[in-house]
Design a protein around this ligand. Structure first.
Ligand code: GLU
Length: 557
């Protein structure tokens, strides 16, 4: 009895009266009034630097589930590990979510303003809330103070390893689990630092069955570890903090990386000990990549594509990244997209069932580029101009000034094989590709020497080239339709003994020097410096007669 009194005294001294009580907290954060089936999900990143593509993936999946069920998606910043925190990382997370259109209902928005009735959404601002429950657990003898030093813990580990038994702080190895209040008081008086540990009653040899929304039914060993719930700096660990927050914020589904699966028995035990119903858990397999002959998780340190900022820098449209990630999560999205061109991806219904097959999803740039090209192909020339300019102002100043100096000409360039007509160009997957695609249109960027031209056109003599150009210029009328224009090229081809079509050339191979496409190649190379380009007639129309003649005649200069 006296012991119990002593213990109460210690707890009272360490945890102030002013802390909110669990009852008050239940009232402050009441159950949400949502319709049946509405999911409350969250993304709970730690602000430790750049935003990982895996976080965006998890955020997107969580956001989709919340919004497609008319629920709530919120952002909680898990910043209780002050050592790992990086300045500015919180803003970066909100801004990235905003940039990719992953709508957050509660938590910090991109301008740093917090919304929502379950605030604060920064764990470091919820210290008193966690303390209230830590105090309760201590009072109920479900937690205890531990004064082990680093050396003590090392010693335990050494002995466990020598005996070949499970490492950790549990049962007989839990040095401070059953210490008397007197011993605790002595330590406190000495000013020793301490942590608070959860008093587990689990047994590692027991199995518990969990039912994960993605992984299904699994058996896992029961938790027997007296894990730390409050660190020596007074802040809670992730384990306790997320349990408290997911309860008070009334989260219905915790969708998170599968690196947390092994901690689930502990988390379920914490929920049970606190007398709460746990949320439904769904553990997502990480996005992987192939290295050599094996797969591995995308790594922040090794892979530039692990950081979402990379895709913005490269100029991938945000829709491409989002659609690519949905496709990774639910592979049936691809068919849905084909059947629903132009529809908002939000109309697609994401499912846990399909997520089951996403284990080991590989990051595939080819796939991303294909998705991106399809999305780019649907933009109007004006939209391309607008979006590429926004990107270029940030990432390619030279391109930005070129576009700003020539707005009409640029939009004409972007009109080639875009919008009207059946053949839509699909050569751009990201804005950084644009420079390469359009640079030759601008005189200040177009440089090719006579020798380079002759090297590319090595099948022709210089005299042939000159004569063909001469004939072309004589016949050229800038307002000719494409058919008339092509008729004239055929006429020139015929005159110089080139077949008028590939078919004809194939048939009578020996009769001709080549075919009409070879003749067109001369113009193509002189105008663009390339052997392959979009439609040549459109290029000439865009460049204008003066520029076309000037470039064609350069060979004779
Ligand atoms: N802060 C944890 C992390 O960044 C969150 C895990 C969770 O979603 O519960 O991994």
């Amino acid at each position: 009895m006296e012991k119990l009194e002593n213990k109460r005294k210690i707890i009272k001294e360490l945890f102030p009266e002013s802390l909110p009580t669990p009852d008050e907290l239940e009232k402050r954060y009441p159950p949400r009034e949502l319709k049946e089936g509405a999911m409350v999900t969250r993304i709970a990143p730690s602000p430790t630097g750049s935003m990982h593509i895996g976080s965006l993936y998890t955020a997107l999946i969580s956001e989709r589930f919340a919004h497609q069920t008319k629920g709530v998606f919120y952002l909680r910043i898990e910043d209780t590990d002050k050592k790992r925190e990086v300045e500015g990382a919180t803003n970066l997370i909100s801004q990235s979510l905003d940039h990719f259109g992953v709508r957050v209902d509660e938590g910090r928005d991109a301008s740093g303003i917090e919304h929502g009735n379950y605030s604060p959404y920064m764990q470091s601002e919820r210290k008193d809330i966690y303390k209230s429950y830590i105090k309760k657990l201590l009072e109920e003898d479900k937690a205890y103070l531990c004064f082990c030093t680093e050396e003590d813990l090392n010693q335990i580990r050494k002995e466990q390893s020598a005996q070949g038994i499970c490492p950790g702080y549990y049962r007989q190895w839990a040095l401070w689990r059953d210490k008397s209040p007197e011993e605790v008081v002595t330590k406190i008086k000495e000013g020793s630092s301490f942590v608070v540990r959860f008093k587990s009653h689990g047994d590692y040899n027991n199995r518990i069955t969990i039912n994960d929304s993605i992984l299904g039914k699994r058996e896992l060993p029961e938790n027997d570890q007296d894990i730390v719930i409050m660190k020596s700096d007074g802040l809670p660990t992730y384990h306790l903090a997320h349990v408290v927050d997911d309860h008070l914020m009334r989260t219905t589904h915790v969708i998170r990386g599968d690196e947390w699966l092994s901690s689930l028995p502990l988390h379920l035990q914490l929920f049970e000990t606190l007398g709460w119903q746990p949320p439904q858990y769904a553990h997502i397999a990480p996005i992987q990549k192939i290295e050599g002959s094996s797969k591995r998780k995308l790594s922040k340190r090794k892979d530039t594509e692990a950081n979402v900022a990379y895709f913005e820098e490269q100029g991938y449209p945000k829709e491409a990244i989002i659609e690519y990630l949905i496709n990774l999560a639910n592979s049936n999205f691809e068919d849905w997209r084909k059947a629903n061109i132009g529809k908002d991806y939000r109309e697609f219904q994401i499912s846990f069932e399909k997520l089951k097959n996403s284990s080991g999803a590989l990051f595939d740039f080819n796939k991303l580029n294909d998705i991106s090209k399809e999305i780019m192909a649907q933009l109007t020339p004006r939209e391309v101009y607008r979006d590429v300019l926004v990107w270029a102002r940030k990432h390619d100043k030279k391109l930005a000034s070129l576009l700003e100096e020539h707005p009409d000409y640029s939009q004409m360039i972007f009109s080639i094989e875009r919008g009207s007509g059946s053949k839509v160009r699909k050569d751009i997957s990201k804005w950084s590709d644009v420079v390469k695609e359009i640079e030759y249109f601008f005189d200040e960027n177009f440089h090719i020497t006579k020798q380079e031209v002759l090297d590319i056109l090595s099948d022709f003599s210089e005299v042939d080239i000159s004569e063909i150009i001469h004939d072309f210029i004589n016949l050229y009328e800038h307002h000719d339709s494409k058919d008339v224009w092509f008729g004239k090229i055929k006429q020139i081809a015929k005159k110089h003994n080139y077949a008028e079509s590939a078919k004809e050339f194939k048939k009578n191979h020996d009769k001709y020097r080549g075919m009409v496409a070879d003749v067109a190649k001369i113009f193509r190379v002189l105008l663009t410096g390339r052997k392959e380009t979009p439609d040549l007639w459109s290029i000439m129309q865009t460049m204008g007669q003066e520029r076309v003649f000037k470039r064609l005649q350069e060979i004779d200069a």
